[in-house]
Design a protein around this ligand. Structure first.
Ligand code: MCA
Ligand code: AMP
Length: 497
């Protein structure tokens, strides 16, 4: 048996039913998808990839990318999907840390990735829609390789508040158990058509959206990226959509968003960042639908959800999923009474297996009793509804992407004109939060705030770049000498409107 393959892919073998359609109307059947995955799996084996080897992917969103992921699962190869915005310097870290054997990239990225792949001793291959690229499906398929529920399926990299990015190890059952719960809870079935506009290198677009579709035998309209007009055009053909809050705020700006336009829809899901209660209410007024907000993390998949039937309470992330335990604790892991604010901890079959090659980091965040410390500050009501009220971790979430201030500060501090810096997240009408850098220049060296973004973009993905920069004489500090980011956020809070 291959735990994930048997549940997600095997039932669809030979099926003519549509798995996905693209905006131009082209359709890929489930049978063709499973067949392609089997042949990519054979190509992986032919290339020398063995069960347990790591395969890094920096690919534009496509059906082929999904087939490669299905192939890795079939072949027992551990895949690590990487944001296409990552620079060569960022990819360099991931392929070395994961000990990747192969890096499969879009041809457009191969040029910049070739030097880092070579230096790291990682085989670089290209994949392109339509079968172009050096990595080609084999003529025949590989039989599924046996994988137990606890075997590793994927590494997803996530940063901590300090230090290096960590590879969260997710097992076959972490992914499958969560997808099963969501299909059930959100009532997904074969008649559903999911409008898929999320990227597929993160949990939301890949493990939540795609795995739920596969498990339910539903189909999806697969958009290369989110585009409000395109979503409006295709909405009448869909029954469900999953998105980050920015999707919903941008769609609210579309005059065509009416109950009529959303008539075929049965469910809108939001997550990855806080959905303002105001957006929830505006959406209801405009469409007649109440957005279902849920809460998750890379390390845990989904933890909490508002109900399908019952009250979808604006500003809350609902209750713990069936089979998942959540508790609000003080810093020691002692549970606090309902109504008190503390750190949210989670336990269940969804919780990851630890960080790759980082036993100390794993021990810091996973308690001996199996609870994972999320770093999110929350309060739980008497009825179990959870409200996320803040973050104990220094993290900015912009348009659903995580940006770790410590990583951006380290790059800024390395510049010759900078003495020190503080990177903060400020409210932003479109992205929820956006990044600002407050910089103290080195005495006697001319500051160059205008050139900052261009310099940083050589090393950092563009979504991490500060959208505002302020040069100051000194940073506010408390008596312990620690930079007071809350004070900085208060000073600059209106910066992005
Ligand atoms: C793009 N840019 C951004 C972001 N996206 N800047 C800050 N934050 C962002 N999220 C920058 C680009 O670098 C570019 O800058 C400029 O904005 C325009 O780029 P474009 O690609 O056109 O942007 P967009 O199409 O407007 O994208 C915004 C977006 C997208 C639709 C909100 O970021 C998106 O699809 N986000 C979803 C992220 C997601 O799936 N998160 C789930 C993570 P320049 O001009 O300088 O080059 S999983 C997770 O968090 C957990 C597990 C969970 O609970 O789900
Ligand atoms: P990631 O590291 O990409 O998995 O991001 C996980 C983080 O996203 C969580 O720890 C939360 O801070 C945040 N998050 C996800 N869903 C929600 C939500 N519905 N409301 C508030 N924050 C959320």
């Amino acid at each position: 048996m291959n735990h994930l393959h048997d549940a997600l892919f095997a039932p669809h073998q030979g099926s003519d039913r549509p798995f996905l359609t693209t905006p131009d109307g082209a359709a890929l059947s489930y049978g063709a998808f499973v067949d392609l995955a089997a042949r990519y799996a054979q190509a992986m084996a032919d290339a020398g990839l063995k069960p347990g080897d790591r395969l890094a992917l920096q690919l534009d969103k496509s059906a082929e990318m999904l087939a490669v992921i299905a192939a890795a699962i079939r072949a027992g190869v551990v895949f690590l999907p990487l944001n296409t915005a990552y620079t060569a310097a960022e990819v360099d870290y991931f392929i070395r840390d994961a000990g990747a054997r192969m890096l499969l990239a879009d041809p457009a990225y191969a040029g910049r990735l070739a030097p880092v792949a070579k230096a790291a001793g990682v085989q670089l291959e290209t994949l392109a829609p339509g079968g172009a690229g050096s990595f080609q499906a084999a003529a025949t398929g590989l039989p599924p390789v046996a994988r137990a529920p606890g075997d590793l399926a994927a590494f997803l990299y996530t940063s901590g508040t300090t230090g290096r990015s960590k590879g969260a190890m997710l097992s076959h059952d972490n992914l499958l158990s969560n997808a099963r719960t969501l299909v059930d809870l959100w009532r997904f079935g074969p008649e559903d058509v999911l409008l898929h506009a999320l990227p597929i290198f993160h949990t939301h677009g890949l493990f939540v959206a795609t795995n739920v579709v596969l498990l339910a035998g539903a189909s999806m309209i697969f958009l290369p990226k989110f585009d409000a007009r395109e979503v409006m055009r295709l909405l009448p053909q869909a029954t469900t959509m999953m998105g980050v809050p920015t999707f919903y705020t941008r769609l609210l700006a579309e005059p065509g968003l009416t109950p009529e336009a959303a008539r075929h829809m049965r469910l809108f899901v939001s997550g990855s960042a806080p959905l303002l209660a105001e957006t929830h209410r505006d959406w209801h007024v405009r469409t007649g639908h109440r957005i279902l907000e849920r809460y998750g993390m890379t390390e845990t998949n989904m933890n909490c959800s508002n109900p399908y039937e019952g009250e979808r309470r604006p500003g809350t992330v609902g209750q713990a999923l069936p089979g998942v335990e959540v508790r609000v604790c003080d810093g020691t892991g002692a549970e606090l009474p309902r109504g008190e604010v503390g750190v949210l901890e989670v336990r269940g079959p969804n919780v990851f297996q630890g960080y790759w090659n980082m036993p100390e980091k794993t021990a810091e965040e996973l308690r001996p009793d199996g609870f994972f410390i999320t770093g999110d500050l929350a309060v739980m009501g008497a009825d179990g509804y959870v409200t996320i009220v803040g973050r104990a971790k220094d993290l900015v979430i912009s348009g659903g992407y995580n940006i770790y201030p410590s990583e951006v500060e380290a790059e800024i501090d390395a510049l010759p004109w900078v003495l020190e810096s503080a990177v903060i997240g400020l409210p932003h009408p479109d992205m929820g939060e956006a990044v600002m850098a407050v910089i103290v220049p080195r005495p006697g060296v001319a500051p160059d705030p205008e050139g900052l973004a261009a310099t940083l973009s050589e090393r950092l993905a563009r979504f991490k770049l500060p959208r505002a920069v302020e040069v100051v004489a000194e940073l506010p500090r408390n008596t312990m000498g620690k930079v007071q980011k809350a004070a900085l956020r208060a000073t600059h809070k209106g910066r992005f409107g």
